[in-house]
Design a protein. Structure first.
Length: 369
């Protein structure tokens, strides 16, 4: 339930800490379902039970980037210890023209930092909650094998730091988010990002990689209402977002901030859907996805795709060549979201025109008509 407007900051903090401790207790009581010996023997033939096996050589500090940028591909051929420094920052940002919102962030931006590691790496997460923050926080990385995805051991109060390690055993593109109770509030306020566990053999070479994440804001004011907005929990429960956006704000990857490409280049988009509620019908107007890595896996599961579904809390990787100059619009093809709620982006492509690929012949949009 939303905190009453006139409650003191001290009371809010105390209630939040209590809720966080309750959520941790619930995580600690989870049990595993047992199976028969016959079932276990059969499963071993087709489903791997993974264990860290690669020797860890040295260590490095992870390169972290803000959307839409992606850290460079990892070229080393061995596993290492990777230290990931994430600072939790609560701040006020602009989410639309003259519209502000108090966001909670991993690294100072929405979405949070993009993390890139290699399959087999030992990843050490250093989570720091700034002293001026008002809430406790933690992190649940979908790339983690372990209770709560790390949430159970990463709870951190304002002014403190938590540290935990995990081995990145499964390659793929994974969401991470805060899992402090009430979880929907923390996610709706901006606490999410993505981590790529790059396969040992890497991904096919491309010319450009970008980080795009769809998410929703549930504000007390209507779409476009100026001023500082706050979270409307009832809208969230009813799944009625005020804004549906890419990379944290209306226009974050449009106009002067559009993604860039050149004719003849190959583009890869790492696309996430933080939700917290909606499934994305992800589409780039004027392009066809040559490869789609369904649900963020590491195998291209489909080719020549127009629109791909991304579940809340999920991801996908799409790849395509760019053959024609112009502006390619990025949308959620649940189309009212694009044109009435903000889910609209752009890839600006420069280079030579090829009339055999695309050309206007007659009509209002044709030069000379």
């Amino acid at each position: 339930m939303p905190v009453a407007v006139h409650e003191s900051a001290h009371t809010v903090k105390r209630a939040a800490v209590a809720a966080a401790l309750v959520s941790l207790a619930l995580l600690g009581t989870a049990t595993l379902t047992s199976c028969t010996r016959a079932d276990a023997a059969e499963s071993r033939g087709s489903i791997p039970v993974r264990t860290p096996s690669d020797p860890i050589e040295g260590q490095e500090v992870a390169v972290l980037t803000d959307a839409p940028n992606v850290p460079p591909p990892i070229t080393r051929t061995h596993a290492t210890k990777v230290i990931v420094n994430l600072d939790i920052i609560e701040k006020t940002v602009q989410i639309a023209d003259s519209v502000e919102y108090n966001v909670w962030t991993f690294g100072g931006s929405v979405p949070g930092k993009f993390i890139r590691v290699r399959e087999g790496d030992l990843v050490e997460i250093h989570l720091k909650n700034a002293a001026g923050n008002t809430m406790p926080h933690n992190i649940d990385l979908h790339a983690v094998t372990g209770p709560g995805g790390g949430a159970k051991v990463s709870m951190v109060l304002p002014g403190s730091e938590s540290i935990f390690r995990f081995t990145a055993m499964n390659p793929g593109l994974f969401i991470y988010h805060c899992a402090t109770s009430p979880v929907p509030m923390h996610m709706a306020n901006g606490m999410y990002g993505m981590i790529l566990v790059q396969p040992k053999d890497g991904l096919p070479k491309v010319d450009r990689e970008y980080y795009v994440m769809q998410s929703e804001y549930y504000t007390t004011g209507k779409f476009g209402e100026h001023g500082l907005q706050t979270l409307d929990m009832e809208k969230g429960i009813e799944e009625r977002p005020t804004y549906v956006v890419f990379n944290g704000a209306v226009g974050a990857i449009a106009g002067a901030k559009a993604l860039q490409a050149k004719v003849g280049e190959r583009v890869r988009l790492f696309v996430g859907d933080a939700g917290p509620n909606l499934t994305s019908s992800f589409h780039v107007i004027g392009e066809i996805f040559d490869n789609v890595y369904g649900e963020g896996g590491t195998v291209a599961t489909q080719h020549n795709v127009q629109t791909t579904l991304i579940p809340a809390g999920g991801s996908t990787i799409v790849e395509f060549g760019v053959e024609q100059p112009g502006d390619l619009m990025i949308v959620d093809h649940s189309i009212f979201r694009a044109f009435n709620q903000g889910a609209l982006g752009m890839i600006h492509v420069t280079g030579p025109d090829n009339a055999r690929i695309y050309a206007g012949v007659k009509g209002l949009g044709v030069k000379g008509e």
